[in-house]
Design a protein around this ligand. Structure first.
Ligand SMILES: [Cu+2]
Length: 173
């Protein structure tokens, strides 16, 4: 029985490592709270995650009260919902991040964006992943998100190391 449990754990971690390497990750915006106006700091949520091309962000919300609009940076900053690039209204929208750079989303219901229902998802392009970033960022307005770029390869290997330690523990403990 214990051996069976150990095997399951080992298999689970190997699958996680494999899936993480081969497929994009899926991030639920706001975690359990979802896409709402109450109680979620989306700026903080976004900065706690590292997004890459191929990942998906999942917006879950009550479509009677909210929606999701992808907007320009200018419209994001001014909470202007009159000219969205894309408009999502189903209540459960999976948005695949197909290009690097900043992707700006807000809720178009009057007052919601101003109350904080807006999110700037910075997506690292594949070239950012493969080589360390030496040159300084071109502008400083998003300085809070850029330092993560250079540390990411280390964070990733640290995470994998954690996994292998757990696997080793499962086998030998
Ligand atoms: Cu809303």
């Amino acid at each position: 029985m214990a051996d069976y449990t150990k095997s399951c754990i080992v298999l689970m971690f190997l699958m996680m490592a494999f899936l993480e390497g081969s497929m994009g990750a899926v991030y639920k915006v706001g975690d359990s709270a979802g896409w709402t106006i109450t109680g979620v700091d989306y700026e903080k949520w976004a900065s706690a995650h590292t997004f890459k091309v191929g990942d998906t962000v999942d917006f879950k919300y009550d479509h009677q009260f909210h929606n999701v609009m992808e907007v320009s940076r200018q419209d994001f900053e001014s909470c202007n919902s009159s000219s969205p690039i894309l408009n999502y209204t189903t209540g459960h929208d999976s948005v695949k991040l197909t290009s690097g750079g900043h992707h700006y989303y807000l809720c178009g219901i009057p007052g919601h964006c101003a109350a904080g229902q807006k999110i700037d998802i910075f997506v690292r392009s594949p070239s950012d992943t493969c080589r360390p970033k030496i040159s300084p960022p071109p502008h400083r307005s998003h300085a809070s998100s850029t330092p993560f770029v250079s540390f990411k390869p280390w964070r990733r290997s640290a995470k994998l190391l954690d996994m292998f330690l757990l696997v080793a523990y499962a086998i030998f403990a």
